[in-house]
Design a protein around this ligand. Sequence first.
Ligand SMILES: [Zn+2]
Length: 703
Amino acid sequence: MLVVAAALGLAFSQTVLAAPAALAGNPLATASTLPFHYPQFDKIKDEHFIPAFNEGMRQQLKEVDAIANNKAAPSFDNTIVAMEKSGALLTRVQTIFGNLQGANTNDKLDAIDSEMSPKLAAHADAIYLNAKLYARVKALYDKRATLKLDAESEHLLERYHTDFVRAGANLSAADKEKLKAINGTIAKLQTTFTQNVLKETNASGLLVDTREELAGMSPAAIDAAAAAAKAKGQDGKFLVAVVNTSGQPPLAELTNRAVREKLMALSLARGSHGGEFDNRDVVLKIAKARAEKATLLGYENFAAYSLEDQTAHDTASVNKLLSELAKPAVNNARKEAADLQAVVDADKGGFKIDASDWAFYTDKVRAQRFAFDENQLKPYFELNNVLTNGVFYAANKLYGLSFKERKDLPVYNPDVRVFDVFDADGKQLAIFIADMYARSNKQGGAWMNEYISQSSLLGTHSVVANHLNIPKPPAGEPTLLTYDEVKTAFHEFGHALHGMFSNVKYPRFSGTSVPRDFVEYPSQVNEMWAVWPEVLSNYAKHYKTGEPMPKELLDKVLASKKFNQGFLTTEYLSASLLDQRWHQLTPAQIPTDVLAFEAQSLKDMGVDFAPVPPRYRTTYFSHSFSGGYSAGYYAYLWSEKLDADTVEWFKENGGLQRKNGDWFRAKLLSRGGTDDAMNLFRNFRGRDPVIEPLLERRGLNGK
Ligand SMILES: [Zn+2]
């Protein structure tokens, strides 16, 4: 999963300033004196945050004003470097607050978040729309060729210029006002879209009259459906809730085909069947407003605006990747459909496989082909063993790292573990925080974040954390992981390595400060070591007997993971294509009929295969229309293409060896955002990425 972005990107300084009176006694006021500025978790209280936020914003605005109004002519040092050094306090409080709110929150922290979010957004605007400040940045940018900057500094100057331009700094005063208005419109529409999706989902459950109609679901799930119906005043009936993907989990279980069809139909109709929460008009307005914003900023369409700042760079590259995959994915899905149809026919079903049947018959085929219980693996995946003899072991073999646990630093929860990380030459490289257990006050999923980012300008080294959500066993019981949890541990540590190996000058470029469609790449690569034979045999041992894991067990798991990839890739791809289509329109091209446009787009791209609908249809596609991944849903596959190609490189070059790890580190992991991300890849791989390893991995190469 994602890396949590630490801050605005402007502010990372750790300069120790005298604490202002407003922050007397506040441990956030100055940089921590613990090793590597490790946070003083034992001293920081909830009430310290708001005053530190307010003072941090005040200080940074003062610093930025001084830069903007400097009487001296703009120089790289007095403008760009000065901005890199600004905002030390704000960065500190924002980083610690964001991390604690994700990993260890409470009602007070949630309330502080609601209070501070709009203030922080306005704070960013106050910096980016400061005309005097931008004038200095632009003056430097315009004569950058004569400044004799080193490559990283020149890239930083370009980065600042881009950030300002993309925020609208180059517009006339009148256009700035227009942009603000459009931004306001988009924000409002996005909120409406999000609320409609949620309300429609809540209102869309499948109501049935009898228990028998839900045959196949577990008794507990049927009881829950009865309770849900009762809560909505439908005592005696049964209400099956829906989730926000097109596919619905009960479709794998329901034996009554007519009931499956009803559930699928209502899922696919969400947001587009009329009524109060219909999102069709909202979608058209969002698409139009975004297209207008792009036009105002000088781009052909919104996707072009969004992608310019990504590894993919332009719509042509994204369209190429998606169309390269569309045909093999759909072909494979058709083959999978034929396998499912064979089961239907053998049962004398007398019908053609449809979207509502897919999960049900896939589970049947899966059970026949891969008869095993995944729980058989767990005794071989004990947490501490996985971490120290698996994850750390691989990092030692590849990069020469060693790890030493320390118990003297404060933690925000007693289960959190802290390790000093040493480089091959014995020098300390970083501090690594392992927060592995699930808690009720911890955000779901898994993620990495940084408390302190590396920067030679500021003299800082990384303090990074990995967060997982492994259920904590009762006292005295071992923590045994699933295969997916093991992979997640390796994945998140891949992000941690990206942070810890950072060897850059400027905080703006530290570690994982890379484009959205690049950041998952190093972490996905690190997953390969979880099943690398030398690593696996070092950690996958029975927690009681020490016996190695039987190979046939792992082989079954790995084989079952390739199953159903045609379906999974096609549904993902269809949604990615829709996301691009909607955002590659000019204002004049916005259609009037959402569903017709959607159908035509899927047909044009060759992914209109009815048994596999898009993972999200337009009217409930929150990634695309609520903000976060607009024109960016392709990013997961984009990263995976680089990842699969890199895994091949490791295999071609002898796998788990220092020379390979050192090369990957030197060319890529240590470089953060200091260069164009595709340049980093080319420097590492010696060429552009190719698609074949990804096709092979997803079983899409026709073999
Ligand atoms: Zn990730």
